[in-house]
Design a binder for this molecule. Structure first.
Ligand SMILES: Cc1cc2nc3c(=O)[nH]c(=O)nc-3n(C[C@H](O)[C@H](O)[C@H](O)COP(=O)(O)O)c2cc1C
Length: 499
């Protein structure tokens, strides 16, 4: 298949689901992927004791522009809190020989293919070096000690590196797994960001790092595991634009990864699509026509609706720790205020200014299909960029057909809001190269995480949906041939008591 994949867009369409043409797949539970890595550690440190959290309001946290107090240094007590909130284990269950762990983020198929590593430059009580975050054992494993390399920014404290393990997702999703690695990591990035913000720490997402250098620092075998995003935090705010290479010289012994004997099927297309994005972003320009996802002939009533900016105090930490995917939606009307909070949460993630990735982000188009929401006509809407308004594209009830498009997951038809993540993949790639695809998928995951948390805080249900008959999805919303709907997030009222 690889000889036909020249672009991220080729990858996307070649991994489409087609009705009645999905190859049957046996889920081999004898080789269930392990969501945590194990090391023969040269040094292991239990998570530092966390101090009591200051109560934070989720909506305030969402709306804080920028983050943290410049100059504030990263302290060990913040670290455990940040890690628990970002990717902590909230429940463990065993079925037969397999343990399943719930986390503060959702993950396609519950497979949790992402890992967090730390590049510690400066943190009191910690050696400079590279660490793996073992979220099950609540400990940090020193992979290797390091020292500052010449010219490194010594005022930067910590970088979190998020990676994805191919097999963990491919076990279920096969060639389509790269999509899920990216969406999953986006959910995790946003959780990490919010946790850092709650701690008052500066942070910046970096999607343009040097993959080879970061992989070498983390001792990653790129056939199996790849870096997807870096989040820099603490110290001075890092200026965007410079390609991040890790900035550490490693020396001395190295912790060895302990690998379980397990049959891992490899899918060469996953390495191939990853390799395509490695050279970094192309420096393109954004032509408004190439961003458009709709067919030119798109008709229908055009109206602008302002959704209210609503103040709804929601306990941030409670929302994070109680978040689960809920699908038991009911069709009763959702009140306008709650719908507005959800839409505001989704539309309020503004890209950081000043980098190529910010311009590439323009290609992520957010829509929503509303049904049974007080004060809104049922229909398919797009969010107008930079404003709190919706632009109705088509009047009507889309949730029944959407549930069929989403591999006949009937429960989707009962949700009040189905958020729609779309992009003109050809336009994106022409301007920014295949790295742009990585970016918009992760940014979609970030927005989706905000919707999950806001829904949880409001006592509503929410569930991400990555399973789509891709071409049917394109047809349902009259997308042009260059554009794809690649993620849906359903939200709305559920059975039982509401907040
Ligand atoms: C990218 C992504 C895609 C998902 N796709 C689906 C889906 O198509 N259908 C579904 O029922 N759940 C889907 N989920 C939800 C996961 O099944 C759920 O997060 C996982 O089982 C863990 O459960 P929890 O979220 O309740 O902790 C998806 C989640 C993510 C993050």
């Amino acid at each position: 298949m690889n000889d036909r994949i020249f672009s991220a867009s080729d990858y996307h369409w070649s991994t489409s689901h087609l009705r009645n043409r999905i190859k049957p797949h046996f889920l081999d539970f004898d080789h269930y992927p392990e969501p945590f890595k194990a090391y023969d550690a040269i040094k292991k440190i239990g998570f530092p004791k966390a101090i009591d959290p200051a109560k934070k309001d989720l909506i305030d946290l969402f709306s804080e522009i920028g983050s943290g107090k410049p100059g504030r240094r990263f302290e060990p007590a913040s670290l455990s809190k940040v890690l628990f909130l970002s990717y902590g284990v909230t429940r463990a269950e065993t079925s037969g020989k397999i343990s399943f762990f719930s986390r503060t983020v959702p993950s396609a198929g519950g497979l949790y293919p992402c890992h967090i590593y730390l590049i510690v430059r400066h943190m009191e009580g910690f050696e400079t070096g590279v660490y793996y975050c073992d979220m099950r054992q609540e400990s940090l494993i020193l992979i290797q000690r390091g020292s500052f390399s010449e010219g490194d920014d010594k005022t930067l404290d910590i970088s979190f590196v998020i990676t994805g393990s191919f097999f963990n997702s491919a076990w279920k999703y096969r060639e389509r797994a790269f999509r899920y690695l990216l969406l999953d990591s986006g959910h995790l990035i946003e959780n990490l960001f919010l946790a850092l913000k709650a701690e008052g720490l500066c942070s910046r997402a970096d999607y343009a790092f040097d993959d080879d250098k970061i992989s070498a620092l983390l001792s990653l075998d790129n056939e199996k595991e790849v870096p997807l995003a870096c989040i820099h935090s603490g110290g001075k705010e890092r200026k965007p634009g410079k390609r991040f290479e890790g900035g550490l010289n490693l020396s001395g012994p190295c912790s060895k990864e302990i690998k379980k004997e397990r049959q891992e099927i490899s899918y060469p297309i996953l390495n191939h699509i990853y390799e395509l994005g490695k050279p970094g972003f192309k420096n393109g320009s954004v032509d408004p026509e190439s961003v458009n996802v709709l067919t030119l002939e798109s008709e229908g009533p055009i109206s602008f609706l302002n959704f209210e900016m609503v103040k709804a105090p929601l306990d941030y930490e409670k929302a994070v720790f109680s978040r689960r995917s809920k699908r038991n939606f009911i069709t009763e009307f959702l009140d306008r205020k709650k719908a507005s909070v959800l839409m505001e949460a989704a539309a309020g993630l503004h890209p950081e200014i000043g980098h190529l990735s910010t311009r590439a982000r323009t290609f992520l188009i957010l829509g929503v299909s509303l049904q049974n929401v007080e004060g809104f006509d049922d229909g398919f809407y797009l969010f107008s960029e930079g404003t709190s308004s919706l632009h109705m594209i088509r009047n009507g009830r889309f949730h029944g057909p959407l549930s069929r498009v989403c591999l006949d997951q009937q429960w989707i038809s009962n949700a009040s809001l189905n958020f729609l993540f779309m992009a003109n993949l050809s336009g994106l790639e022409k301007a920014f190269g295949p790295r742009g695809y990585r970016l918009i998928m992760m940014e979609a995951g970030r927005i989706a995480q905000r919707i999950y948390l806001a829904a949880t805080g409001l006592g509503l249900g929410c569930c991400g949906v990555g399973a789509l008959y891709d071409e049917e999805a394109q047809a349902l919303f009259d997308l042009n041939p260059d554009s794809a709907l690649f993620y849906v997030v359903a939200a709305g009222r559920i059975k039982g008591k509401e907040r």
